[in-house]
Write a protein that binds this ligand. Structure first.
Ligand code: BGC
Length: 758
């Protein structure tokens, strides 16, 4: 034991000394370089420019070529490989100190092998597969010039009107923190200096997901208690996992835009959390502070630098005004030096000074991209991301024989399978639902297809639907009348044994700048569904979408519903594996599906009110016209088999101080198929110094059981699971009663009480 301990300590010491030696070498290199750089060149390093190829706002920067030659560009985002290569050539050969460029891209859910949108992936409740998705994305992207990704996006979102809910891991801070860690680890690996790992960038710091009314870029206003307990944990988890960079958000915090918020970027991020990497703004976020009302471009640029922002994305506020601010004494050379050093450190750690072209590896681009293993992982991840919402009459799984009519505007779409953010996504390899049913069903299955309806006939939506990205298609104006499309679909359906209706939202309706006030299935699609149900044939509804939708009517009228999200390259094959029962679904929702938009924000870990809902008492917290409850709660998802939970057994009912509590349930597979269950542990602290949520997820485990098999599931609960930030923002637990819940989702749980004294 002692020998082992000594060996361990020696190992730690050795790795510490190695890191110190490496840091010293890096510092000497950067000291030397910076001693030769002019102030303009140092400011140039803080300038992140766009190539103008894939954009999410206006392209402010111009004369890129001249700026590269003058050393006025530190990095470039979202550029194609030829343009990255050409720009690197100029920086290396023609700029004064030949400093390599840092190339970044929004590699959010895969590079060319596209995985499901992040919200979908979170429904796997599987951190090793989350990590694997990021590892594959890093391997593919780093062969194609990318050293830096703008991921993970870890914004907690409680509002499905906000299109960017698609990009994160849902509404829970604990689960969101696990995902944040896994993704950082996947992108960065253990060694950032390898040529197949890339630097991650956690975003959007902070609280971006709490935009008022779910409208993108809107105001955020939140108490510190809510920030610390519910919104900040995933960003902190990414920092603790060693994320190399942080992106600011577009919103204000306490009235000050994140990009110019000293409390956020320096007091919290660097001083409290110990972040050592660099901070980049979001797209033109410095300039946007003018609209926020913080002053002119020179003022807001100086404010951003002083607050702790190091790199300015696209807006050129730093490039065009910092020198003047320095001359006028608004900022110091030390402010510029600190930021410049952080950017150079990132480039050094990525190995760009040793070989600026190390991430442009034509050989690896052939061997490491879209490989059969990558596609296999994409299939597995897509299959595990999908959530079975209903299967009352057991129409599913389908037999691999007979005729299936796939009906709906998303039934044979490839583009809409890859979701938001898929710049490089190899579209030709994507499987649609029709493709999937043919591939997986085999020769005894006949698959027919009819479109049945347009995506929408809402003129405002049609006009606004302006996708930014290659791969996203605009919803088209109806050319054939709805009646005609429906008629053709019914004729096709009549020839089939079962109808698979594929409805929902195209890729361009979620993601950035894609807020919606109505999150139900569009009227034209709903009318199609009604007509399909009227045929009397069995109907399975497959939803393709990037956000929770309001599905009260569908839930009441369709007996089988599969939430398939935008599942990536292998989406169609994954849908088919589930529909045919080759894979027994195990995904669970990580965000609440409301009954109606009027209930939003609706989330499981809310506080109690002083007047909890009582349907028989008017003067309680409720709506007159609708229940408070969601349609599908957080954690919900069905399987083709069924599971039984025993009551909870505890090792103790009263604990002293730090004693560990063990809570056990026996889980039994009571159905006829082998299946996996996500067993979820929630805790409530009903007597505390501040009001605490009615339930909080604290742990889970995913278990595979054969039919009839039983297993004891143990959760160890320590005081760490009970800690929260009180009104003085002190992080600790408080003694008293706790309620332990274990179950298959946040609603359906067993519960028991325990007391813990200090
Ligand atoms: C988005 C970021 C993204 C950036 C670069 C912005 O508009 O908010 O999430 O990383 O553009 O594309």
């Amino acid at each position: 034991m002692d020998m082992k301990r000594t060996a361990f300590i020696l190992l730690l010491l050795a790795s510490f000394l190695k890191i110190q030696a490496q840091d010293e070498k890096m510092n000497l290199f950067i000291d030397d370089l910076m001693s030769k750089m002019t102030t303009d060149e140092k400011i140039g390093q803080l300038n992140l420019t766009t190539s103008g190829e894939y954009v999410t706002g206006s392209t402010i920067n111009d004369k890129v070529q001249q700026k590269l030659q003058a050393g006025k560009i530190g990095g470039m985002l979202n550029a194609s490989l030829p343009s990255m290569k050409a720009s690197m050539d100029v920086a290396i050969k023609e700029s004064p100190h030949h400093i390599p460029l840092l190339f970044g891209m929004d590699v959010i859910h895969g590079y060319q092998t596209i995985f499901p949108i992040p919200l979908a992936m979170s429904c796997m409740w599987d951190m090793s597969l989350e990590e694997k998705s990021a590892r594959i994305a890093a391997r593919e992207a780093t062969a194609n010039g990318i050293a830096w990704t703008y991921s993970p996006m870890v914004d907690i979102a409680r509002d499905p009107r906000w299109g960017r809910i698609a990009e994160g891991a849902g509404e829970d801070p604990w689960l969101g923190s696990q995902v944040a860690k896994a993704l950082v680890k996947g992108y960065q690996g253990n060694d950032l200096s390898l040529d197949n790992t890339m630097m991650a960038c956690v975003k959007h710091f902070a609280l971006y997901g709490a935009a008022e009314a779910g409208r993108d870029y809107n105001t955020v206003d939140m108490s510190r208690v809510s920030m610390y307990n519910y919104y900040l944990p995933p960003y902190k988890a990414a920092v603790d996992a060693g994320v190399g960079s942080v992106m600011t958000s577009f919103n204000v915090i306490d009235g000050v835009p994140s990009t110019g918020n000293h409390w956020l970027l320096t007091d919290l991020l660097r001083n409290q959390w110990g972040f050592k990497g660099f901070v980049v703004t979001d797209y033109t976020a410095v300039n946007e502070m003018i609209n926020h009302g913080l002053g002119d471009l020179q003022t807001v640029s100086a404010l951003a630098l002083k607050a702790g922002t190091d790199m300015d994305m696209v807006g050129e506020g730093f490039l065009t005004t910092l020198k003047k601010s320095l001359d006028e004494g608004r900022i110091t050379i030390n402010d510029i030096d600190i930021a410049c050093r952080r950017i150079l450190e990132a480039k050094y750690k990525l190995g760009l000074f040793s070989d600026p072209y190390r991430y442009m590896n034509a050989e690896r681009a052939k061997t490491d991209v879209m490989t059969p293993e990558n596609l296999k992982a994409a299939r597995e991840i897509a299959t595990r991301s999908m959530v079975l919402l209903k299967n009352d009459k057991h129409i599913l799984p389908l037999k691999k024989s007979g005729t299936i009519a796939v009906i709906g505007p998303l039934g044979d779409s490839k583009n809409d399978m890859i979701g938001t953010w898929a710049f490089a996504g190899g579209k030709d390899k994507v499987s649609s639902v029709v493709d999937g049913l043919k591939n997986i069903g085999g020769s005894a299955v006949k698959v027919l297809y009819a479109k049945g309806s347009e995506l929408t006939d809402n003129p405002v939506l049609l006009k606004n639907d302006s996708p930014f990205f290659p791969g996203q298609k605009k919803a088209s104006e109806p050319v054939i009348s709805s009646e005609q499309l429906r008629k053709e679909a019914i004729q096709t359906a009549e020839k089939a044994d079962v109808i698979v209706a594929v409805l929902g939202e195209p890729s361009s309706w979620s993601g950035e700048a894609s807020s919606m006030s109505d999150i139900s299935i569009q009227k034209v699609q709903q009318n199609l569904l009604k007509a399909l149900l009227a045929t009397g044939k069995p109907v399975v509804l497959v939803l393709i979408n990037g956000r929770p939708m309001t599905l009260a009517w569908e839930d009441a009228n369709v007996s089988s519903i599969l939430e398939a999200w935008a599942g990536g390259t292998e989406a169609g094959n994954a849908v088919a594996s589930i529909l045919f029962g080759d894979y027994n679904p195990s995904g669970k929702l990580t965000t609440t599906f409301p009954l109606s938009v009027g209930q939003i924000p609706l989330y499981y870990n809310h506080l109690n009110t002083g007047r909890p809902m009582d349907p028989n008492n008017k003067f309680t917290s409720k709506y007159l016209d609708i229940s408070n409850n969601p349609l599908y709660p957080f954690g919900y998802g069905l399987s083709y088999t069924t599971f039984d939970y025993s009551d909870i057994k505890l090792n103790k009912n009263r604990l002293n101080g730090d004693e560990t509590l063990i809570a056990t349930v026996t889980l039994t597979n009571t159905g006829k198929m082998a299946g996996e269950e996500v067993v979820q542990l929630y805790i409530q602290d009903p007597e505390a110094s501040i009001s605490r949520p009615v339930k909080e997820l604290k742990n889970f485990t995913k278990v595979m059981l054969q039919p009839g098999e039983k297993k004891d599931i143990n959760f160890e609960i320590t005081t760490n699971d009970l800690k929260f930030y009180n009104s003085d923002l002190k992080y600790d637990w408080e003694p008293g009663e706790f309620i332990i819940y274990i179950g298959s989702n946040s609603r359906d749980v067993k519960s028991t009480k325990v007391n813990r004294v200090k």
